[in-house]
Each structure stands twice: as C-alpha cells, then as structure tokens.
Write a protein that binds this ligand. Structure first.
Ligand code: UDP
Length: 349
C-alpha cells in the first residue's frame, strides 16, 4: 500500500475504496466514521489538536474532501475512503470510535433510501463488531429524528416518538431508531462500552452549501438575492445548535463515565420558527430577497425542541453560542464560499 493510501495527501482525492488497511490502533487513537462530514471533520480536527492519532473513514457520498483539507498532511491523520455498510476489514484497534456515517439532510438521505437504511443498520453492526473485538468505546450519532413529528414538546429522551414507518423520511428516522436498538442490544448482550447522542439541528461554518438544509438554503438564497424558500407557513420550529456546541457535547459524552444505556439529547433548547429564521437571515444580510411559501414536505416535524436536562446533569454541558452570533459566523463562512465559487445553487428535494 502506498503512503498516500493510508495518509491524507494531495493525491487523496483520487483514493479508491480500500478493502484492507492497517488501523494505527490502540490508546489515543480515534476512528471517526463519517469524518469528512460537517460534524465529523470538526471532530477529526479536535482530536488531532488533542494529540490523538485520527483515522477518518468516509465514502464521500455526502462528506466532502474540502472539509479535511486542513488535516491531510498531518502526520497523525489517516483517510480511508470506504462505505461503512460494507465489511470494514480494519486491522488494529482504536480507543474511541465515533459513528457519524450517514447523510443527514433530507434531500441527501432521501436520494437513495435503501442505501441510507443499509448505512444505518450495517454501519452500526460493522462498527459495533469492531468495538467489541477491540475493546473500543463507541459513540453513535443518533438524531432528533427518532422523535419523528413529536406529540410532546420539549422532547425528553424517554419520549418514544411519533414516526411513520414508510414515509419519505422513514429511511433515516427508522434507520437511526433501529441503529439505537442495535446499540442497545450490543450493550446488553455483549457489554460493549457505548454512548448514544441524539443530535438536534446543527449549523455553522463548514456546512455543505448545497445540502438543502434550511440554514444553508436561507443564507445562500439571501446572499444571492434569490427567493427564500419557506416550506409550509413557516410556523414549524427547529432548535438550532451551533457547530462548536454540538461537537463539545459529543466529546463530553464520549468521555463521560459509563452508565446504563441512556441516549442523551445534544441540542439547543431555544426553539425558533422557520419563518422567524428567514426574517433573521434577511435582516442580518440586509437582503432584498422575497419569501416564497412552498408546500410543506410530507411528515415534516411541526415542533422540535430538546429537553437537555440529562446532558446538563450527566455531562455538565449546555450550548453557549446563541443563534444571532452563530448566524453571523455562518453567514461569514457562506460569503467566503460564494466569493470563491461565484454562484451557489442551494440543494433541493
Ligand atoms: N425548510 C424550509 N426551506 C428550505 C429547507 C428547509 O422551509 O429551503 C424547512 C423544512 O421543511 C423543515 C425545516 O426547514 O421544516 C428544517 O429543515 P432541514 O432540512 O434543515 O432539517 P430537518 O427537517 O431534518 O430538521
């Protein structure tokens, strides 16, 4: 195997799937599956800063090499282009494994629903088997989508959710729910040391401008003077958590003491209607964009707000960046992206 196949280098962009590689292994070694994504790449960066050996595994179906540019020549960084739903054949071991491998934006995960389901299920089995075989601690990036279109708000971890088994969002929602079940059963049956984070809507610099999420769409539309596409009447709510806060929460959870199987909500409890988000973005950018109201997609949750009591008490964690400051930083990032590319076509369903 060439050096460039194991380490990030300029030739990494042409790296092919690798069926068998030697993991660096052992203590102070982290595997981030989905490490080329928005959150995963930030995790890679944080662990490199802490002095860990970091292996990033990603098939680049929604992750982007550009997110790894800062790490590619780092001597402790390895990139493996691989689909987590296929057998991993990784040699060596890791102290910590993060599973963030799955497209997370509705247009991306709905584009190939069966593959989304395979990624959630087979990815969970493959990484849990690796954790079990090597004694690693593993964290599953679950999601607020396990609550579906909730009948209660805010959502506590004890709420079982209201999820459609065969709607357009089901491949992701049910895939992530089943993955939680698999994690639970590996904990019960095999004693795997694991953590489950239910991540609520996260945003910030590094988002894919074309992933079709509400924050990236509204900002790129407003910056380009295009119509802001509000789905429905804009009264549906989301609770937006800034990148740094989400990643702080994931790291705090990974390094928290063992407990019974207990998923933990990682999100910002401040709830914002989508229509209000559009107003905020327009105001901050001083944009002349008009708002278009389009059909609300099927099964789009009407309210989403985490109860973070468990994260506060177990991890001593809570978000620190408010929406206004987070949006300012995110708008700055998208301005730079736009200046570099000239034009951004927002993602669409
Ligand atoms: N949304 C919108 N306009 C867009 C994209 C999304 O109004 O251009 C709405 C979407 O219908 C949902 C909310 O914004 O109610 C959050 O959507 P996103 O895709 O960001 O995340 P998710 O639905 O998975 O929370």
């Amino acid at each position: 195997m060439n050096r460039w196949e194991r380490r990030g280098t300029k030739r990494l962009g042409s790296c092919k799937n690798i069926s068998s590689v030697a993991g660096r292994g052992g203590a102070r070694s982290v595997l981030v599956a989905g490490g080329a994504g928005f959150l995963g790449s930030e995790l890679c960066k944080r662990y490199l800063q802490k002095g860990y050996d970091v292996t990033c595994l990603d098939d680049l179906s929604s992750g982007r090499l550009v997110n790894l540019e800062g790490h590619l020549n780092h001597p402790k960084f390895t990139f493996l282009r691989q689909d987590v739903s296929k057998p991993l054949n990784l040699e060596g071991s890791f102290e910590y494994i993060f599973n963030l491998a799955c497209p997370a934006s509705p247009p991306k995960y709905q584009a190939d629903p069966l593959q989304t389901m395979k990624t959630c299920l087979f990815g969970a089995f493959n990484l849990l088997d690796l954790a079990r075989a090597t004694g690693a601690r593993i964290l599953q990036a679950s999601t607020s989508e396990v609550y579906g279109d909730p009948h209660v708000s805010p959502q506590k971890e004890s709420y079982a959710g209201n999820v459609n088994t065969y709607g357009p969002r089901s491949c992701y929602d049910e895939g992530k729910r089943a993955a939680e079940t698999i994690f639970h059963d590996y904990h019960e049956c095999h004693g795997v040391d694991l953590r489950v984070a239910r991540i609520f809507n996260s945003y910030g610099p590094g988002m894919d401008p074309q992933d079709g999420r509400v924050v990236s769409n509204f900002i790129t539309q407003a910056l380009q003077g295009e119509r802001i596409t509000v789905f429905g009447d804009g009264s549906q709510t989301r609770s937006f958590c800034y990148l740094d806060d989400t990643v702080d929460g994931l790291i705090a959870l990974m390094h928290s003491p063992p407990s019974e199987f207990e998923p933990v909500n990682i999100g910002n409890p401040k709830e914002t209607p989508v229509g209000k988000l559009a107003e905020l973005v327009l105001e901050k950018i001083s944009s002349t964009s008009r708002v278009s109201y389009l059909d609300l997609p099927q099964d789009d949750p009407k309210r989403r707000r985490p109860d973070i009591t468990r994260a506060r008490t177990r991890l001593g964690w809570e978000p620190r960046v408010n929406l206004s400051d987070g949006l300012d930083r995110t708008i700055g990032y998208f301005r730079n992206e736009l200046a570099a590319s000239g034009k951004i076509v927002p993602g669409a369903m």
